[in-house]
Design a protein around this ligand. Sequence first.
Ligand SMILES: NC(=O)c1ccc[n+]([C@@H]2O[C@H](COP(=O)([O-])OP(=O)(O)OC[C@H]3O[C@@H](n4cnc5c(N)ncnc54)[C@H](OP(=O)(O)O)[C@@H]3O)[C@@H](O)[C@H]2O)c1
Length: 270
Amino acid sequence: MNDWQARYGPWALVAGASVGLGEAFARCLAERGLNLLLIARRPEVLEQLAADLRARHGVEVRTLVADLGQPDLRAVVERAAAGLTVGLLVYNAAYSVIGPFVDHSLDEQLHVLDVNCRGPLVLSHLLGKAMAERGRGGIVLMTSMAGSQGGPWLASYAASKAFNLVLAEGLWDELGERGVHVVACRAGATHTPGYAASRPRPSRVPLLEPDHVARTALDALGRNPSVVPGVFYRFSAFVMNRLLPRRMAVRIMGRATRQLYAGRDGNPKS
Ligand SMILES: NC(=O)c1ccc[n+]([C@@H]2O[C@H](COP(=O)([O-])OP(=O)(O)OC[C@H]3O[C@@H](n4cnc5c(N)ncnc54)[C@H](OP(=O)(O)O)[C@@H]3O)[C@@H](O)[C@H]2O)c1
């Protein structure tokens, strides 16, 4: 048994696992010898990844096709994980609406809450309780640089990411006392299908690679409450969140988001 299996094994659950950062987490964890329970909505993509991981790493991989925003999430995951000792949770999935807040329906904004806040809370509670009772385990919550101040044109998404950051910080201390490591990963723009699907203008800032983000997040477990992958983004976080007045940080985020997305999908040019 290796250190990872002893500390966080034998099973890891990755919520939002089929492509992008979720796939990168699944690949890193399989490489470290953990069995995987992978959750996403598209069965074919999920099965293809599961088969590849079984073949490459000889780990057990189970899949659960489910929407993490669904109201009975707890019962669905409890059933799928019955009998498995899940020692690591990675909550990766997220939903975002880009553009003026009032131009999107309330249902869309509420879906952001369900997938980005309710989902990680439910799974952290369900799996964190068992981990605390065992006295070992780990939880990674994917958040974003957007979650460190208000995000014009991404207001509900940014707020949901702030929720994950603050939730992880609290649990880092609380669950840490019971042997469970918790970390929030504050990623910057990352080269994923989700990022590409948002159809941004060409980025002026460097894009991170998913493998680098996943490894940085996993390697930060047991250290600080949050981690920012990439030197450029660590420097940006320092400037935005430590040096600048908060109102200026909000304005800069707003300007950057409008530059990336104005004119797209009928969004007003600004
Ligand atoms: N990419 C970036 O630039 C960036 C920057 C900062 C932070 N982040 C954060 O990193 C995380 C991952 O981002 P990403 O760009 O890798 O996303 P992505 O490319 O859109 O992938 C999201 C993954 O989650 C699954 N998923 C999405 N919604 C789901 C739902 N409701 N239920 C179940 N599974 C769901 C998707 O599979 P299915 O579609 O099959 O369900 C997919 O496997 C998010 O928390 C995001 O906020 C990303």
